[in-house]
Ligand binder design. Structure first.
Ligand SMILES: Cc1ncc(COP(=O)(O)O)c(C=O)c1O
Length: 464
């Protein structure tokens, strides 16, 4: 990419010894002095950097093409562009957005197997060549509108154990692949490889190894038909936070040997992936304010004067973001969101069964059906961690409720690492310790703009 300047990132520095959580406290304190207690996000871009280093450590052979659909915030895309990632774009607008940041078209895969004709033409006019397909009709459209495309055949996976299934909609069966490849040949198109997606929120790592084995079969058919098959795209599905049953490294421990077996490094086949939630989920903390409250008395136990415990009442809290906003992830992404308290409860604090509701007039707008919280007041704050994936990207302003502001932060150390990787590429594994980003990257004294200059030389792509 070229000419990235610090202003493009629009983040504030975390000063030495301060963490993103401290900024949550600072913002809450500032906001609490006014009536204007709007919900807000803190996004730690240093967390995105940490994920990138973790990715490189676990899957050194696999170049990430970040799935923009997961969270298209400019600061996130800029950070990943500087780190040398590629991008999975699903539409003209995503391509436009990524290219507006100076990303070369060779770093983009148009990974939507069913595309509008005008958008295929847009990709063609803007140099985006890699694109996925899974049907004959798509091949015919591409032959008409983009005959120099580098096509990637998306195959179906057994994603029955994934949280969000995708192969119900996309992916050719193994049986259909030969016919599709023959048709591509007849149309004079160039097929360069195979892609798959195991479903978002994968819970069974074996799905990856089976899909990699299946991809091998399709590679063999492609090669036999005279294509130069040299790209494997293993899609997304990687967890983005630590509160999932299956950890990232448990998945990569299955992927790496499967790649070595079916696509050994010596074959020179380029392997890419399309991680979305992996990169952004844990970088975002959402902070909401309690705008209304109801106390529902349980009539039976309330009449029992002996019972002064917690079971006589249920509390309903109404907060200023809901399922039509950031918490759309509950409906679309099957997310289970639980808050933490901003104010630490006292050890003997009584906890009540509570439900948490969004601000709109719809009864569907419920964030938590039941959890246990103390007796909080209107004006108190609740904090939701791990809110970066499939949240801001799909939120609406239904009922006139505006999307929360997002404050981006990064420690100076992380910023220096981003610049270093941008100008010199990823370090060799032996030198990696020089890029350790401290877990707690700094408390900021004021929300100032970064002052470190980007390298004079434009950042180049470091996609291997
Ligand atoms: C084609 C494609 N690639 C990548 C992703 C990102 O998946 P995840 O966020 O699970 O990594 C998606 C998600 O829907 C997708 O449809």
């Amino acid at each position: 990419m070229n000419t990235a300047t610090p202003n493009d990132f629009d983040f504030s520095f975390l000063e030495e010894g301060f963490s993103a959580r401290d900024i949550v406290d600072q913002k809450i304190n500032e906001s609490s002095m006014t009536d204007d207690r709007d919900a807000f996000y803190i996004c730690d871009l240093g967390d995105v950097l940490k994920k990138h280093l973790r990715w490189a450590r676990a899957l050194p052979r696999v170049t990430p093409f970040y799935a923009v659909k997961c969270n298209d915030s400019r600061a996130v895309v800029m950070t990943l562009a500087s780190l040398g990632a590629g991008f999975d774009c699903a539409s003209k607008t995503e391509i436009q957005m990524v290219q507006s940041l100076g990303v070369d078209p060779s770093r983009i895969i148009y990974a939507n197997p069913c595309k509008q004709v005008s958008q295929i033409k847009y990709a063609s006019a803007h140099g985006v060549q890699m694109m996925t397909f899974d049907s004959e009709v798509e091949l015919m459209k591409v032959a008409r509108c983009h005959d120099s495309a580098k096509l990637v055949l998306r195959i179906a996976t057994d994603d029955s154990k994934a949280v969000c299934r995708l192969s119900v909609k996309f992916g050719a069966t193994l049986k259909a692949c030969r016919g599709l490849l023959e048709r591509a040949k007849e149309l004079g198109l160039d097929v360069i490889g195979v892609s798959f997606h195991v479903g978002s929120g994968c819970t069974d790592p074996e799905t990856y190894s089976q899909a990699i084995a299946d991809a091998r079969c399709v590679f063999d058919i492609g090669n036999e038909l005279g294509f130069n098959m040299d790209l494997l795209d293993i899609g997304g599905g990687f967890p983005g936070s630590e509160n999932t049953e299956l950890k990232f490294e448990e998945i990569t421990a299955v992927i790496s040997p499967a790649l070595d077996k079916y696509f050994p490094a010596e074959t020179g086949i380029r392997v890419i992936a399309e991680p979305g939630r992996f990169y952004v989920a844990s970088a975002y903390t959402l902070v909401v304010n309690i705008i209304a409250k109801k106390v529902i008395m349980d009539e039976e136990s309330a009449s029992d004067e002996e019972d002064e415990g917690t079971s006589d009442r249920t509390l309903m809290y109404y907060v200023n973001d809901g399922v039509y906003g950031s918490f759309n992830c509950i409906l679309y992404d099957h997310a289970h969101c639980l808050p933490t308290l901003h104010k630490k409860p006292k050890p003997d604090e009584v906890m009540y069964p509570c439900s948490i509701w969004g601000p709109t007039c719809d009864g569907l707008d419920r964030i938590v059906e039941q959890c246990y919280l103390p007796d909080l007041q209107v004006g108190d704050w609740l904090v939701f961690d791990n809110m970066g994936a499939y949240t801001v990207a799909a939120s609406s302003t239904f009922n006139g409720f505006q999307r929360p502001d997002i404050y981006y932060v990064m420690s100076r150390t992380a910023w220096q690492h981003v610049q270093q990787i941008c100008s010199q590429g990823m370090p060799a594994p032996a030198e990696e310790s020089c890029l350790e980003v401290p877990a707690c990257c700094g408390r900021e004294s004021s929300l100032e703009m970064p002052s470190l200059e980007m390298p004079a030389k434009p950042c180049q792509a470091h996609v291997v």
